[in-house]
Design a protein around this ligand. Structure first.
Ligand SMILES: [Zn+2]
Length: 173
């Protein structure tokens, strides 16, 4: 899936670094945050079906990157990751997943985009859309003007597709 090397939108995210508290104890804030019911179902099922996706989720939980996740019915590609903002040491990204594909394919594409989010966390500094663009030109390769990809993300997508497909077959009656 392509990394779109321009920010197509800005979300007013209410970017607060304060962790919510429950009875005074800090509650861990998830670093993968679905914005709609479809994305929520996909990530929930994906975490159950794919050890690779679960590992990416753990890596992101320990990272300085937060990924918002949502379905998009009008994407020209199967998925994309865009830079949103940087605040208080955290980089905020948005992964959009084309809704018109099978659930298993969507889970694999989510993993692809989350691998890019892990790659983004390795950048020495990612505080602007220009930094984001430069970083992925550096660690990846241009697939078409304005878009880049990495072999690692493509490998992760293939692995998660196999894991989710096999988990799905096992759950069939
Ligand atoms: Zn990609």
């Amino acid at each position: 899936m392509s990394i779109t090397l321009f920010a197509v939108l800005t979300i007013a995210c209410g970017l607060s670094s304060a962790a919510p508290t429950l009875g005074g104890a800090a509650v861990p804030v998830p670093h993968v945050r679905p914005l709609d019911a479809g994305a929520r179902d996909d990530i929930r099922n994906g975490l159950l079906q794919s050890p690779t996706l679960a590992q990416l989720n753990r890596e992101l939980a320990a990272s300085h990157v937060v990924v918002y996740l949502r379905w998009n019915a009008f994407l020209a590609t199967r998925g994309r990751l865009v830079y949103v903002a940087h605040a208080n040491g955290t980089t905020y990204l948005l992964a959009e997943i084309a809704s018109r594909q099978t659930a298993t394919a969507r889970i694999a594409v989510i993993a692809h985009e989350l691998e890019h989010a892990v790659e983004a966390d390795r950048a020495p500094s990612l505080t602007s859309d220009a930094d984001f663009t430069r970083w992925f030109r550096c660690v990846g390769y241009e697939t078409h003007p304005g878009a880049a990809d990495t072999d690692a993300a493509r490998d992760v997508e293939r692995r998660v597709l196999a894991e989710a497909s096999s988990a799905r077959r096992r759950s069939l009656p």
